[in-house]
Design a protein around this ligand. Sequence first.
Ligand code: GDP
Ligand code: MG
Length: 595
Amino acid sequence: MKNIRNFCIIAHIDHGKSTLADRLLEFTSTVAKRDMQAQLLDNMDLERERGITIKSHAIQMQYPYKGEIYTLNLIDTPGHVDFSYEVSRSIAACEGALLIVDASQGIEAQTISNLYLAIGADLEIIPVLNKIDLPHAMPEEVTDEIVDLIGCEPGDILHASGKTGIGIEAILNAICDRIPAPKGDPEAPLQALIFDSVFNSYRGIEVLFRIKNGTMRKGDKVKFMATGKEYGADEIGILGLNQEPRQEMSAGNVGYLISGIKEAREVKVGDTITHVNRPTEDAIQGFADVKPMVFAGIYPVETTEYEELRSSMEKLQLNDASLVWEPETSVALGFGFRCGFLGMLHMEIVQERLEREFNMTVITTVPSVQFHAIGTKDQLLTINAPSEMPEPNLIKLIEEPFIKAQIITAAEYVGPIITLCMDKRGIIKGQSYLTSERVEMTFELPLSEIVFDFFDKLKTISRGYASLDYELIGFREADMVKLDVMLNGEKVDALSAIVHRSKSYQWGSRLCEKLRELLPRQMFDIAIQASIGQKIIARETVKALRKNVIAKCYGGDISRKRKLLEKQKEGKKRMRSVGSVEIPQEAFLAVLKID
Ligand code: GDP
Ligand code: MG
């Protein structure tokens, strides 16, 4: 155990974690040169296409150093703000962290938030100045920023390039020298923390764990403490490039367990594994509960696929512990699920994974944050969907979630960013210079104003030179109203939204305009109306297709007809009929594109 090192890599997105991980795997010959491909650990298709890490990934390396062999367990973590829950779980399985900072960019918002997570978990931090090969790298300035941030000596900071391979050996040596060996007693009763799980259709559910105390052997009878369920440890092993079975694994190590578990519900990330015969008294302290930031309904496009969607969501949840959901019924869409997500990117990824990994076609409805209502008898009601909003006469007041946002940017963009935040009902709380060029600003803002498109706006006005991180700070009273949408006089509950009264008229008319663009034309006019209570505040019409257009389509032109049919087929994807009106997926997300 004295030669085991468990570490993660934390950084702001794009600062080079995955590339640096590639170099570590190469240098330790964990991956043969010929098997090497860029961002090797990002093995999900979606990660490769988007060039981002979504899941944490674990891999073990062997490294000879000072005459001994060290076992290094690396956990690569995502950098996007939506996935910080993955980061905090990985951190719980480690004793140290490489803090990567891009030498041409400097410290960004997620550098700081991830660092705080790591410090909070008592990890040894090894700061690394990465991308020093870039001609516009600013090693002196960024060194100053890092020294200021973590209070280290300039000499503690390693210089590296994941691209050229400079500094890789020094990083491996520092991991062995500076990160403490795991503590724990291999003879004590077994305590292993489940930090992740994956559904595999051939092998059942694979559980990833980190052993804190004790030893697990192949064939042992084990118990999951939260569920009380017992299993045989059919196969255990380490996570090399592929899974490598082992006869036994003990305290300090990281590995996988396969035990014929078929029910997704039985595995809870954060649970403790122990022995049936010699159980531990104490479960390892799990993870803090996830706090979803955005809620939306997910509905099957084919209503008959409801049960299949439920089982797909259970399997997906195994691999994404931050996804929460419960059944929901919509008048317009029938049976579906109300889901909580960490942000819009997370919502998009969930929808895509359901489609790719489970072959489900789903519609996500208008996203919303969670509101609180205080009833006339002072009771607290949580509102996760516009349909749950009580009538105004049944409540005293509504509260909306507020966040503290930290924005790091170049000095010249301070003015425009303040204007943007004021427009979003924000309050500036602080401003300080990191260097003469770079400023850190703190705002308090309503969550509902920033979860949807704030980040895109921020990027646009700062030409990409701004990063954002935020955390919930509580609920505050707000004058919110429910905005309903009617199509041909029929209220479509899945299109309702909760908006601030001061912006409701503007929202209503922009939403109707957007819907007019997005709803496909049909044989009849479609009247779109927005209302607050009984009052109609905006109206638009989607004009009917003219007869001769359709007549042409049914004429003799075969290729044109086929094209049209194909188009219709594609349209079947993410489209739901409500009454006689067909609503495409984009229409449900129209609220995101309003201002
Ligand atoms: P991650 O989001 O932190 O995992 O970052 P990636 O490893 O995906 O890298 C982001 C981008 O930076 C990619 O285009 C990499 O090719 C590039 N990159 C990573 N490390 C270096 C480096 O040391 N030097 C240079 N010049 N580019 C790098
Ligand atoms: Mg990555």
